[in-house]
Write a protein that binds this ligand. Sequence first.
Ligand code: AKB
Length: 312
Amino acid sequence: MIGASGQVGTELTAELRARYGTEKVIATDITPNPNLREKGPFFILDVLNRAQLYEIVTAHNVKVIYHLAAVLSASGEKKPKFAWKLNMEGLLNVLDVAKDHKLDKVFWPSSIAVFGPTTPRNNTPQDSVMDPNTVYGISKLAGERWCQWYFDNHGVDVRSLRYPGLIGYKSLPGGGTTDYAVEIFYKSLEEHKYTCFLKPDSYLPMMYMPDAIRATLELMDAPAEQVKIRSSYNLGGISFSPKEIAAEIQKHQPDFKIEYKPDFRQAIADSWPKSIDDSRAMQDWNWKNQYGLKEMVADMLTQIGKKVKPVS
Ligand code: AKB
């Protein structure tokens, strides 16, 4: 697992360790993570360090890589050259090691950020106009084409999902445009108020983490011939706006207040789809989303409520 300390990596590592045994799943990240280190094999790895990546794969006879390390959309706009370097060179290092060591499979997440301002925004199809205008989106679109190329030319069994905004309580997202949908829960429980960096009606596709983890594992478990798309699959989930999620939180916490101060992330949100057509994932490997807005909000409030205290 590369990027094991991140929002998805934390949960995916735990799930894979529960499935295959702790010793079988090597967690790596650029920063030390006492939690992961205590619970199983952990190495400091910068995916840009190609030699070290090859070394770990050889020394531990790695068969499958989940490569999650990336700079997300909002951070990418602040450090465009670094985002491009990490997102592209990191992926190419992983695809190369998969080719050279004949790995069984690779998972790499793409994103709804591959779409852009002239893409149809409602129920965005799998194949559509793709004109991303963030560095993150450009790197994800280029990455998708590289995945297809390594599959076509070198037979690398690479599998990918275009994740929507992911919402979970086990770890925090960092540097994304959809991060408000996680922050809002902490602020609602701690301060009973939240200032949102997007406008009230900014619809975006989102997904609750248990569904995202299940989608990832179901795609990785699918027989190779069922995985017909080797760039990346659209993945839908739930679409809602800040106003709608706030209203759902208010059903549990009537005194919760939200105000809106849109910043540079608004333009990014405005360039992305509002909802996604993921019928190809349904057809090819029987994908079905389970959590709706109501269930997700109730569960997030319960789980985060166990770990935060109201600030008086
Ligand atoms: C982001 O907001 O940058 C990510 C994404 C949608 O890929 N959560």
